[in-house]
Design a binder for this molecule. Structure first.
Ligand code: FAD
Ligand code: PHB
Length: 397
C-alpha cells in the first residue's frame, strides 16, 4: 500500500494496516519537525479516542488528554453550559493537540521499522486505473519507484493525489466563508475547564486550551486577513471585548507563543476513489473548524478503508473497496452539515440583515434552552457513530 502524507489520516491508516499485517510505505514531503509542530486540531470525538486507545496509541492521550463532559455557548454576555455527557449517555470529547496525536503515531510507526520517508521530493502517483499503481518520489537524492496494490491519498487539501485524478471524474461541492479565524496559543492558564463558543456583535470567538498552562483562542476576522495587521495587544483587545461575560469571566492574558490565520471552507470531492487511488481525510473533504470535525473524519475514513483492505487481502473481497466512498460520504456529509450549521449560527456575516441577526439570537436562545436542541448538538459534537466499528477492522481490544 502506498500512503501519501504523514498527517493524521496517513499515519493512522499506516498503523491500522500494520496491526493487520498489511505492508505500507508512507511518504511525506515535509520534515518530521514540521509535521509535529503544526498547530491545528484540538478536539477528539469519543470514537476517535476509543480508536486510538484500541490501536495501542493511547498512552499520551491517557496521560495528558483533557476529558471534557460539557461545553459553553456564550452570547449577549451570558455563558450557557451544554452537558455533553448527560445528553449522550456518558460520552465526552477529549482535548489533545493534533501535534501530540501525530507525534504518538510517528513514534509507533518508527517502532515498527516499517518505511516512513520525511522530506520526500517530487512525490507523484500514476497508473491509478491499473492493477499496479505507482508511487514515485525522491529521497536524499535517490529516486524511488514503488509498485503498489493500492494508493491512499492522505496528503491534505493541497496535496497531489486529488489533482492526479483525470478531469471530469470528481464532482466538487464547495462553500468558502466570508471570514477567517486568527488562532493563537498563549502562555496563560485556562480560566475555564471547558470550551466556550462565543457569538458577539463584533464576531465569533472561541476559547480552548492545550494544557493546564496553555490557552488556545480563536477570533473571527475578515477573509485572508494578513496576520501582520494584528499586534499581540490588538488580538487580546479583540478577544477580551468579545469573550468577557457579564459575570466578569474572561480569559487570562499571556505571552502569545504562536499565531496564524485560518481560512474557513466547506469542500467535498466525490467519489473518494478513482481506480486504485483512495482519498482520505482533508484530501477529499474540508470542514470549517467550528464543529471540530476534520481530524475525526480523517480517522473514520481510514477505518473504513482499513476494513476494506483487510477483507481484500484476507478473503479476496472487493465489495467493501467498492463501497468505500459511499460509506465515508454518509458520515462526511453529516459532519459537513453540522460544521456549516455551527459556523452559520455563531459568526457575523458581512451581508447579514437585522432580520438575520435576530434569527441568530433566537437560534442560540433556542439551542441553550431546549433539551432537544442541546441533545442534537451534543450527539453530533461528541461524534455520530462511525460507519464501521474498529473491531470489524480487525483490531483486537
Ligand atoms: P493533513 O493533516 O493536512 O495531512 C496531510 C499531510 O500530507 C501533511 O503532513 C502534508 O505535509 C502532506 N503532504 C501534502 N502534500 C504532499 C505531497 N505532495 N507529498 C507528500 N506529502 C504531502 N479537526 C478536528 O477534528 N478537531 C478540531 O478541533 C480541529 N481544529 C482545527 C483547527 C484548525 C485551526 C485547523 C486548521 C484545523 C482543525 N481541524 C480540526 C482539522 C484537522 O486539523 C484536519 O482535518 C486534519 O489535519 C486532517 O488530517 P489529514 O491527515 O487528512 O490532512
Ligand atoms: C482547538 O482547540 O484548537 C479547537 C477547539 C474547537 C474547535 C476548533 C479548534 O471547534
Amino acid at each position: 500500500m502506498g500512503i501519501v502524507g504523514a498527517g493524521p489520516a496517513g499515519l493512522l491508516l499506516g498503523h491500522l494496516l500494520h496491526l493487520n499485517g498489511i505492508d505500507s510505505v508512507v511518504v511525506e514531503n515535509h520534515s518530521r519537525e514540521h509535521v509535529i509542530d503544526r498547530v491545528r486540531a484540538g478536539v477528539l470525538e469519543q470514537g476517535t479516542v476509543d480508536l486510538l486507545r484500541a490501536m495501542g496509541v493511547g498512552a499520551g492521550l491517557q496521560r495528558t488528554g483533557l476529558r471534557h463532559e460539557g461545553l459553553y455557548v456564550s452570547f449577549q454576555g451570558l455563558r450557557h453550559r451544554i452537558d455533553l455527557a448527560d445528553l449522550t449517555a456518558g460520552k465526552a470529547i477529549t482535548v489533545y493537540g493534533q501535534n501530540e496525536v501525530v507525534r504518538d503515531l510517528i513514534e509507533s510507526r518508527t517502532a515498527t521499522a516499517r518505511p516512513l520517508y520525511f522530506e520526500a521530493d517530487h512525490v507523484a502517483v500514476s497508473a491509478l486505473d491499473s492493477s499496479t499503481p505507482v508511487l514515485r518520489f525522491q529521497h536524499s537524492g535517490t529516486d524511488h519507484e514503488v509498485h503498489c496494490d493500492f494508493v491512499a491519498g492522505c496528503d491534505g487539501f493541497r496535496g497531489i493525489c486529488r489533482p492526479s485524478i483525470p478531469d471530469g471524474v470528481l464532482t466538487v461541492y464547495e462553500r468558502v466563508y466570508p471570514f477567517g479565524w486568527i488562532g493563537i496559543l498563549a502562555d496563560a492558564a485556562p480560566t475555564s475547564d471547558e470550551l466556550i463558543y462565543t457569538y458577539h456583535d463584533r464576531g465569533f470567538a472561541l476559547f480552548s486550551m492545550r494544557s493546564p498552562k496553555v490557552t488556545r483562542l480563536y477570533v473571527q476576522v475578515p477573509p485572508e486577513e494578513p496576520i501582520e495587521n494584528w499586534s499581540d495587544e490588538g488580538i487580546w483587545n479583540e478577544i477580551l471585548a468579545r469573550m468577557t461575560t457579564r459575570d466578569g469571566w474572561q480569559p487570562n492574558v499571556g505571552h502569545i507563543i504562536q499565531k496564524a490565520v485560518v481560512p474557513l471552507r466547506s469542500f467535498v470531492a466525490a467519489p473518494m476513489r478513482y481506480g486504485r487511488l483512495f482519498l482520505a481525510g482533508d484530501a477529499a473533504h474540508i470542514v470549517p473548524p467550528t464543529g471540530a470535525k476534520g481530524l475525526n473524519l480523517a480517522a473514520s475514513d481510514v477505518l473504513v478503508l482499513a476494513r476494506a483492505l483487510k477483507a481484500f487481502y484476507e478473503r479476496g473481497r472487493t465489495e467493501w473497496l467498492a463501497e468505500y466512498s459511499d460509506v465515508c460520504l454518509r458520515r462526511v456529509w453529516k459532519a459537513q452539515r453540522f460544521s456549516w450549521w455551527m459556523t452559520s449560527t455563531l459568526h457575523r456575516f458581512p451581508d447579514a440583515t437585522p432580520f438575520d441577526y435576530q434569527r441568530q439570537i433566537a437560534d442560540l436562545d433556542y439551542l441553550t434552552s431546549s433539551r432537544a436542541a442541546m441533545t442534537s448538538l451534543a450527539e453530533q459534537y461528541v461524534g455520530l457513530p462511525m460507519e464501521v466499528s474498529y473491531e470489524s477492522a480487525g483490531l483486537h481490544v
